[in-house]
Design a protein around this ligand. Structure first.
Ligand code: KIV
Length: 268
């Protein structure tokens, strides 16, 4: 899958996108036919024990991205650039994004966007690094905005549309819209040629994205706009408790899990 294939799906075919943060999960997500795997900075809250995405480092995303690209054969793999790894200085931004492609094998990068990412999107696209823009709720700005629904009045919705158009013009191949009113997302989708991929942005986007931890039921709770399709947390709890019970009861390991070496009998 290439960026141009994702782009070509706009208005034609629903785009599926899910996060993955490790090789076994990426293998399953890829085998299920998901179009885009995002190595999201949500790894910070969901897997690394941070309270937010802000502490996530370039090294953490690079290592997780490399694990995912080793396991995924078909999906387009995007590295989600962490807070302050881009947008400060151009050279450093390009180096960090380039590292995801050169070192970790990513097919492109996702940037939480604002006015400061228009030129960078242009530069990265020129250099051959596909960029997925992200507007609406951008959790890296949580200290400024909180984690609330965005674009809820005319001015904010217009600003989102302007930024969406600016990033499309700068070369972004797709756009994530997070936690915005469905009608505002529909208006952006209508205005753009590139596909929009919604999360809490209603049914009219060209595709949908969720975190895999919420979808499989590994996360403790799910966002109101998300959906749990499985109960991996329950399954893991049952398996771990079963192991603890059997070890404590002396039932594991049983005969079939043990082997004996006859010659050793001579030693004792
Ligand atoms: O980090 C992430 O998982 C994301 C998606 C929810 C879009 O940015």
């Amino acid at each position: 899958m290439r960026a141009k294939d994702i782009r070509a799906k706009a208005g034609e075919e629903a785009i599926t996108m899910l996060t993955a943060y490790d090789a076994p999960t990426a293998e399953l997500v890829d085998a299920a036919g998901v179009d885009v795997i995002l190595v999201g900075d949500s790894v910070g809250n969901l897997r690394l024990g941070y309270d937010s995405t802000l502490p996530v480092t370039v090294d953490e995303i690079a290592s997780r991205t490399a694990a995912v690209t080793r396991a995924a054969d078909d999906a387009f793999v995007l590295a989600d650039m962490p807070f302050l790894s881009f947008g400060v200085g151009e050279a450093e931004s390009v180096a960090n994004c380039g590292r995801m492609v050169k070192e970790a094998g990513a097919d492109g990068v996702k940037l939480e966007c604002g006015k400061h990412t228009v030129e960078l999107t242009d530069r990265l696209t020129d250099l051959g690094i596909p960029v997925q823009a992200h507007l609406g709720l951008t959790p890296q700005r949580e200290n400024e905005t909180g984690l609330f629904r965005q674009a809820t009045d005319d001015d904010a919705a217009e600003e989102m549309l302007d930024l969406a158009e600016a990033h499309e013009a700068a070369g972004a191949f797709s756009l994530v819209l997070e936690h915005v009113p469905a009608n505002a997302a529909a208006a952006v989708t209508e205005a753009l040629d590139i596909p929009t991929i919604g999360i809490g942005a209603g049914p009219d986007c060209d595709g949908q994205v969720l975190t895999v931890d919420e979808v499989v039921g590994l996360a403790e709770g799910v966002a109101p706009f998300s959906k749990k399709f499985g109960d991996v947390r329950g399954e893991m709890t049952r398996a771990i408790e079963g192991y603890v019970d059997e070890v404590e009861a002396g039932e594991f390991p049983a005969e079939e899990h043990s082997h004996y070496q006859e010659e050793l009998d001579d030693i004792y």
